[in-house]
Design a protein around this ligand. Structure first.
Ligand code: NDP
Length: 330
């Protein structure tokens, strides 16, 4: 079978040369193990952080070893009483076509609630991230104005819709007019194309003249600075990501207006979705209900084949995706 390995650690924007595809034998099954053929794999911005050799909340990827990440696959051989051939399972053994793992390392997904790849997106980690940031970190309330950056991405597009379902007014920021149109279809009340808007503080002021109550932060930099200017007293920021910095080769500049936090009594709280898994069943329940009622729309940007995975990943930093970026393996 084939797998994608980290060939070298990227400096700045990753390139194809940082990845290599290798062929490796499939080991025979031991008792309690399953052989899985991956159908879909996820590429996510956080993987860029794991390409750096440093201590973090997940260990770094090792040069010469296969990368890891979310994947959904089909059990094709089982020596475990818990799984049968044909079961669809979620794992963290992405970036490869097949894998053998203990039955404790894979989780069956219910394809009656959502199709296999949705367990990597809207009803999986990305949807859970949007839900956690809005409901458990920012505690959004009906009638509030919520600003979401990277709003046409996997997390952002779900965040826009969850905020609307909670009765909020939503201001979104995206990187193209086409994405802006889609985010408006999702319910956003005002959309900023940050590439053409010029000064983001002015654009946000125009979009939300009375200010914002909550900022769902995905980008960092000028977006955070504009949000700090726009936040109302006692506003909250759910700090989810700062994708603008992930490929930085120099230390990024801090927001020049951080003192707004004091004057406005703001609360900025970072979060890591994996700390909130005990609430995953609650999220799945709510999301499955919304999906069944047609209240949440999704888009996927799909690249085909394992060899397309590095470019799919790099594409996240170029804004090549609308909705969830996925690689279809089989
Ligand atoms: P997305 O699907 O949002 O893909 C990334 C998007 O970010 C691109 O499509 C692009 O859209 C935008 N983007 C890329 N570079 C820049 C830039 N320099 N400035 C502004 N926008 C940029 O990815 P995810 O939904 O998976 O992730 C979104 C954010 O959430 C990331 O910051 C990620 O790290 C974070 N995250 C955090 C988690 C946590 O537990 N805290 C868990 C999961 C994700 P555009 O065309 O609009 O620029």
């Amino acid at each position: 079978t084939r797998e994608v390995r980290l060939a070298s650690r990227p400096a700045g924007m990753p390139t194809a040369a940082n990845f290599e595809i290798a062929t490796t034998p499939v080991p025979p099954l031991k008792a309690g193990e399953v052989l899985v053929k991956n159908l879909w794999m996820s590429v996510d911005p956080y993987m860029r952080g794991r390409m750096v050799d440093r201590e973090s909340y997940v260990p770094p990827f090792q040069v010469g070893k296969a990368l890891e990440g979310g994947a959904v696959g089909e059990v094709v051989e089982s020596s475990s009483p818990k799984f049968k051939v044909g079961d669809i399972v979620l794992s963290s053994f992405g970036w490869r076509e097949h894998f053998v793992a203990a039955d404790t390392q894979v989780h069956r997904v219910d394809t009656r609630l959502a199709p296999p790849q949705a367990w990597l997106g809207v009803i999986g980690m990305t949807g859970m991230t949007a839900w956690t940031g809005l409901t458990r970190i920012a505690h959004i309330q009906a009638g509030e104005t919520v600003f979401v950056s990277a709003a046409s991405g996997a997390v952002g597009a779900i965040a826009v819709q969850i905020a609307k379902l909670h009765g909020c007014r939503v201001v979104a920021s995206v990187g193209s007019d086409e994405k802006a149109n889609w985010v408006r279809e999702l319910g956003a009340d005002a959309v900023i194309n940050y590439r053409t808007a010029g000064d983001l503080t002015a654009a946000l002021k125009a979009a939300a003249p009375e200010g914002i109550d909550v900022y769902f932060e995905n980008v960092g930099g000028a977006h955070l600075e504009a949000a700090l200017n726009a936040l109302k007293p006692n506003g909250r920021v759910a700090v989810c990501g700062m994708i603008e910095q992930y490929n930085a080769t120099e230390a990024p500049k801090g927001p020049s207006n951080l003192a707004q936090v004091i004057m406005k009594r703001l609360r900025l709280e970072g979060f890591i979705v994996s700390d909130h898994w005990d609430h995953y069943p609650q999220f799945v329940g709510e999301m499955a209900t919304w999906l069944a009622a047609g209240k949440i729309q999704t888009r996927e940007t799909v690249r085909e084949g394992l060899e397309a995975a590095p470019e799919a990943f790099i594409g996240l930093f170029r804004g090549e995706n609308t909705g969830k970026m996925l690689v279809k393996l089989a």
